[in-house]
Write a protein that binds this ligand. Sequence first.
Ligand code: PMP
Ligand code: GLN
Length: 397
Amino acid sequence: MHNRGVNRLRHYGETIFATMSALAAETGSINLGQGAPDFPAPRVVLEEAQHQIAIGNNQYAPGRGTMELRSAITDERARRTGQHFDPRTECLVTVGATEAIAAAVIGLVEPGERVVIVEPYYDSYEAAISLAGARRTTVALRPDARGNWRLDPTEIRNAIMGRGEDDRAAMIIINSPHNPTGAILSAEELSAIAAAARDAGALVLSDEVYERLVFDGASHHSISESAGMRERTIVASSAGKTFNITGWKTGWALAPEPLIEAILRAKQFMTYAGAAPMQPAVTVGLNECDGGVGRLRDTLQLNRDALVNGLRDLGAEVCDPHAGYFAVADVSSWNLGDAPQAVHTLAYEAGVVGIPVTAFVDDPGNPIFSSLVRFSFCKDRGAVEEALRRLDAYLRR
Ligand code: PMP
Ligand code: GLN
């Protein structure tokens, strides 16, 4: 008997990040694809993990995460935002934000229910919805006249409310600061989403993994801080981006107790617990490394400037990223075809790899997205500059 796997997952191939990193290796390209930072983690964080392994902290961690880590997560959030979560009941340590997202969708959305996501979307949202056997509706971000990616408040409300009582969304997944555009949802956008979520009785899953990497003194507000939203929001975040430890896969969910219990029900049978020696090390990062996070943010901002200015000098249109790791460039003026074609040509001919934004949308032919390429600036400055030199040499050919 040939079992080719379940129908609801059969259309998934390798993720775009794996494919593009392999393409970079094959072509000897500079990899501005996958958002894996070139920067080191804070020394005290690395030393703590090594120490923990050396002293034998190598067996299962508590399923919810250590109490110390959960307290460090909720303390850091309270310091930065003034928002309080109870570390005993409202915080769950997960295997990266990815597990928080998957367990939240699987634990809180019934098969057949509808989830609203925003295009371009991080690939795991769509896959988590498939894992749960749920359905999705997408709403597109669009660039406005001032070069900022924006949501249409009416469109997102209509998507959440659906065609009537029986068609309300069960959950909305948002990501601010946003991968791939670097957009931060405005107060107006957040309040439109919040009002519709309240009216529809829907939950909001708010992916905030770039929450501390916000540039130009801008501020990011979690939708969980909006009126009436604390009770219906799950915040997902991660230590990966904040401390340059994406390979440690240590993240968390913050939510009211009943929602955390539902997420835990799924999480405990996915992984049971996260890696034990990493938890005290991430605790040190959250308790002691605010200064290092500030320096990382400043470095990323300078890299952002170098990459965005360089791409604009090469004739690409780029909206300003206000946070995170990525810039999205419209490369139609380079005449290399649509985004997937352009990305392949640039890898083989110029020696630079980016990610086609079409991998993050339902319809790759949608003209809003069809010629957009995501380039990552969480890389050494030298790599960013060399990538720009290579693109320049190729485009002048
Ligand atoms: N959400 C977004 C928007 C991301 O960019 C990423 C990864 N870069 C994740 C979630 C996953 O985070 P983690 O690696 O902690 O699972
Ligand atoms: N989040 C990272 C990105 O967007 C990659 C994560 C992954 O490889 N799954 O590039």
